[in-house]
Design a protein around this ligand. Structure first.
Ligand SMILES: *Cc1c(COP(=O)(O)O)cnc(C)c1O
Length: 418
C-alpha cells in the first residue's frame, strides 16, 4: 500500500484495519473466502485500466493485443476445468450472469420456475425485491417441511402445472447436493431450459469434490469469489449452441465494458484449481463442514436438513431461543463472523430470520484443521448460550485472536493455496 499511503492515508488506514480484522477473526461467511495473493496481485495490476467492449478478436477499441490473450486464456482454461463447450468470463457478478442467461433465450414475461428464497434460493431467482421478478413471471418451489430437502415430486408437479420456459436449480443456502439428473428430467418433460446456478459450490465442483451440473444443464452460472476463491465476478458455462445468444446478452445486451483485471483473476484461479493443493483444500472444506455439523448437533442444535454435503451448515436457532440477528451480533463481538439467514419456516413470517449460515471455506483456506473446527464449535455454543455475557464474549474474542495468530492469512508470506 506504498502509493495509497501517500495519496490517501485515511483510506490506507482503513485497508490496513480491514486486513487486521481478517487476520484476527474467524471467517465463517459461506459466501466469502480468502483468495491467493496472486489473485490480489493480478486484480490490482495495469489490466484494470484497459477498456474492452466485445470479445477477443472483435473489439471496439484498439490496443487489445494482450488483453485478448488474457480473455482467451480464461475461456480456454474455464472450458477445460469444467468440461464446458462455451464459457463467458465477462459477467460482473452472479446476478449479471443470471440476468444474461434469462434474457438470452427468454422474452420478458416468460415463465421461470426457481427455488424460493426462504427455502434456499437467491434474490436473482425472481425474488420480489429483484428486477428479475419485474422482467419475468416466476413461480417458486420449496423444500420438504420435514427433511428440508428439495421435494422433486413437488418440482415436477409445479413444472407440469406452471409450464415454465426455464427451470432454475441452485441455491445460496442449501447444505445438500442437488439431483441434477432429476432436474434435467423434469425440465425435459416440460421442454424447459435448465439453468444451474452453482455460485456457492463452484470451487467444490472444480475440484471434483462434488458432482458437476455441466453434463445435465443448458446453462450453468457461478461466482468466482465464494468457494472458487478467484476474486469477484461471475461466469456463464453453456452448450455451444447458445454461444451467439449469450455473447449478445452480456455485451451489448446487459453490460458495457468488462473488467480485464477480474477476467485475468478468473484465468488464474482456473489454473490454480487444477493443482492437487486446491483439491485437497476443497475436500477439507467439506470435511470441516461435516465435523462442525456433527458437533453442533451433539450440542443440541437443530440443523436444516440435519447435516451437510457441502461447505455450508445452516442452523435453526429455535431450540436456543435466540434470533439470527442477535446470534450474528454476539458472535461478531466475540470475533466469529458469519451471517444470519432465513430458514424454511421463516417463509410464513416475512421479516423473521431464525437461522444462521456457517461456511467452512475460509477457515480451511487459512489452514485450520479439525481440532480448530472443534474449538470453533465450542466457542459458537458458548456465545449463543450466553449472548449478553460481555466478559464471556471478550474471553472468547481473546481465544479467537490467539488461535488466528497461528494461521495467518496474508501476513508472514503466507497465502491460501500455495
Ligand atoms: C452469491 C450468489 C449469487 C450472486 O451473486 P452476486 O455476485 O452477488 O450478484 C447468485 N446466485 C446464487 C445462488 C448465489 O449464492
Amino acid at each position: 500500500m506504498h502509493y495509497l499511503s501517500k495519496d490517501d492515508p485515511a483510506l490506507a488506514r482503513l485497508v490496513g484495519q480491514e486486513e487486521q480484522r481478517i487476520e484476527e477473526t474467524i471467517n465463517l461467511i459461506a459466501a466469502e473466502n480468502h483468495c491467493p495473493r496472486s489473485i490480489l496481485e493480478v486484480m490490482g495490476s495495469v489490466l484494470n485500466c484497459k477498456t474492452i467492449e466485445g470479445y477477443p478478436g472483435h473489439r471496439f477499441h484498439a490496443g487489445c493485443k494482450y488483453v485478448d490473450e488474457v480473455e482467451q486464456l480464461a475461456i480456454e482454461r474455464g472450458k477445460r476445468l469444467f468440461n464446458a463447450e462455451y464459457v463467458n468470463v465477462q459477467p460482473h457478478s452472479g446476478t449479471s450472469a443470471n440476468l444474461a442467461v434469462y434474457f438470452s433465450v427468454l422474452k420478458t414475461g416468460d415463465r421461470i420456475l426457481a427455488m424460493s428464497l426462504p427455502h434456499g434460493g437467491h434474490l436473482s431467482h425472481g425474488h420480489q425485491a429483484s428486477i428479475t421478478s419485474t422482467c419475468f413471471n416466476f413461480a417458486h418451489y420449496s423444500v420438504d417441511p420435514q427433511s428440508h430437502q428439495i421435494d422433486y415430486d413437488q418440482v415436477r408437479q409445479m413444472a407440469h402445472q406452471f409450464n415454465p420456459k426455464m427451470i432454475v436449480a441452485g441455491a445460496s443456502s442449501y447444505p445438500r447436493l442437488i439431483d441434477y439428473a432429476q432436474m434435467a428430467a423434469i425440465a425435459g418433460e416440460v421442454s424447459a431450459f435448465l439453468l444451474v446456478d452453482m455460485a456457492h459450490i463452484a470451487g467444490l465442483v472444480a475440484a471434483r469434490a462434488i458432482p458437476s451440473p455441466v453434463p445435465y444443464s443448458d446453462f450453468v452460472t457461478f461466482t468466482t469469489y465464494k468457494t472458487m476463491m478467484g476474486g469477484r465476478g461471475g461466469v456463464i458455462l453453456a452448450r455451444e449452441e447458445y454461444k451467439k445468444k449469450l455473447n449478445k446478452a452480456i455485451f451489448p445486451g446487459s453490460q458495457g465494458t468488462s473488467a480485464v483485471n477480474l477476467i485475468a483473476a478468473k484465468a488464474l484461479i482456473f489454473k490454480l484449481a487444477t493443482q492437487p493443493e486446491y483439491a485437497v483444500l476443497q475436500h477439507k472444506t467439506i470435511a470441516h463442514a461435516r465435523l462442525l455439523a456433527e458437533q453442533l448437533t451433539e450440542k443440541g442444535y437443530r440443523l436444516i436438513t440435519g447435516g451437510t454435503d457441502n461447505h455450508q451448515v445452516v442452523v435453526d436457532l429455535a431450540a436456543k431461543s435466540i434470533s439470527g440477528s442477535k446470534a450474528e451480533t454476539a458472535l461478531e463481538q466475540a470475533g466469529i463472523v458469519l451471517n444470519r439467514n432465513v430458514i424454511p419456516r421463516d417463509a410464513e413470517t416475512p421479516g423473521q430470520v431464525s437461522g444462521i449460515r456457517i461456511g467452512t471455506a475460509a477457515v480451511a483456506a487459512r489452514g485450520m484443521g479439525e481440532s480448530e473446527v472443534s474449538v470453533i464449535a465450542n466457542l459458537i455454543d458458548q456465545v449463543l448460550s450466553a449472548p449478553d455475557n460481555m466478559p464471556l464474549l471478550e474471553e472468547v474474542k481473546k481465544t479467537v485472536k490467539s488461535m488466528c495468530s497461528r494461521f495467518p492469512v496474508y501476513t508472514a508470506g503466507s497465502s491460501p493455496v500455495p
